[in-house]
Design a protein around this ligand. Sequence first.
Ligand code: 7RM
Length: 647
Amino acid sequence: MSDAIENLFHEERRFDPPGKFSAEANAQSGIHEEAARDPLAFWSSEAEKIHWRKPWDRLLDSSDAPVYRWFEGGRLNVTESCLDRHVETHPDRVAFHWEGEPGDSLSLTYSELLAKVCQCAAALKQLGIGKGDTVAIYMGMVPEITIAMLACARIGAAHSVVFGGFSSDSLRERLDDASCKGVITQDGAWRRGKVVPLKENVDLALEGQETVTSVLVLERCKNEVTWSEGRDHWWHDVVPTQDDFLEAEEMDSEDLLFILYTSGSTGKPKGIVHTCGGYLTGVSSTFRNVFDIKDSDLYWCTADCGWVTGHSYIVYGPLANGATSLIYEGTPDFPDQGRWWDLVEKYAVTIFYTAPTAIRTFMKWGEEIPKSKDLSSLRLLGSVGEPINPEAWMWYHEFIGGERCPIVDTWWQTETGSIMITPLPGVTTTKPGSAATPYPGIDAVVVDDEGNEVEPGHGGLLVVRSPWPSMLRGIHGDPERYKEVYWSRFDGLYFPGDGCKLDEEGYLWLLGRVDDVMLVSGHNISTTEVESALVDHHGVAESAVVGRKDDTTGQAIAAFVVLKGGSEGSEELIQELRQHVAAKIGPIAKPASIVFTPDLPKTRSGKIMRRLLRDISEKRQLGDVTTLANSDIVEAIRDGATQSSED
Ligand code: 7RM
């Protein structure tokens, strides 16, 4: 049976970049072609835009493939590119405007940020942490999370940021796996006006834990904490007292910069390893070209530093380019559903980067909310994390972008380190729902089961044929798993695990994880396409579909649907939605069952957990759901699913 995905999806709309945008854009037409003629020359010239203490001797070493080494012999400290060089040229430019959930705020210039990073770095050294050690960072979105990450980088310690929404068990697993020596945390973090007890979770995670010797604790919520003398240190006691300059540790290009865990759908989390020179080259290049950053811009990425998007496009990419960014601590609905748009208005945000799940949530809340705010400062919008369905793309374009902002739908992974497939604003004509083409210097194609390139108009598997600077260097402590997961499907090709369609014009349409693809009566159908068709219906806000076992068709399509404005579903609506899908993509894609639900189970970074919905649909015992952002929804969906299959 062929794994190639049926070609069901058609999208005719297209948007040319506005002429003025193109004329002034950082990336000019011809950039793809030029990079394709000599990718290594392209990466070499991109690498020259970061600061090296000593240039590399060798651009790329493939002798140990699939572990590739970039800029071998090069020496640098990434914080000098992100901080020191900007302090020399524009010390008073703001690096971050930060707004707390309760409404407090703070701005840090590049020179202030460098000073704070140096002080935190010196404090870490005083606590016995240095080059080669790993430090876990378990915090909310306070300015100090970026300071902590950069402080580690300053002294050559690797950071392992663990999302502040994770449990003490998840933290413990990650502390053990990377043999962390220190933890940086807070007393508590604000979330919808409530305190998340981070320090308490750290205490639990450290019971009987053997490698951590120091814990640095920022006071944020002033909630009560217990204290372990000798191990625990208040940030305000040991950081501000330090010198405001500390010489950066000189690192090799291939020295470890950070480990970041991705949970994946099965098994133990994978500690994805990134190194200094290649990673910074990738994020700095893509940030400049994809987000078209200018001195006059105010950039806001709504991600959390606990995810790779926060690492690459809140911290390292923007700072390497001397950008001014906004960081917001809280949730979009606190104190009300207009908070994000209030922030855009207040800070006159020009470039805005968020996830499809957020866009669909705002669609559900209604366009009246953004319509009542002044969003005219915006000039460029971005999307990341999941396929963005054309309906959400159009809503984003119309109600957030005021029909004037290019949208960059950026496909990439924790493993790829930086953006891989994306339009370049000012260069690329966009089509709603397509991430367009590979970034310059990236050799990504769609192949069939045998690894042969598919013809235009066909679906298959996305692969990357050549190494790129910001690629992962491995899975921490498990070189075999690295080869097995990413390199065993096709010899010599990096396999990200995503399905993809190549259209007649060479545009790529990401179709979701290959594990999620459904097989209905011998047809491979992508979840993304059916979900897209459902959301295209005027009453539908969000949907998730999965294949559940079926005696006749192999798998049957089970759909879960969230309606707009909290409406209730009906039998008529179920029939209407099935017809709608049939009309949009064909009768084969008609869901066998549709369950209405107030919400969908999502990971904390907003990706739909289809595996869980499959378990529900096939009436399996559910495993641990505590890593879900909204675990309470599971019961509600299960009740609905049971009812509908009994009907
Ligand atoms: C950045 C990030 C990676 C997975 C990836 C895809 C999915 C991400 C898009 C997308 C379609 C996009 N890192 N994905 N971006 N799918 N279009 N623009 O999300 O490691 O957490 O996830 O996310 O399946 O493999 S991640």
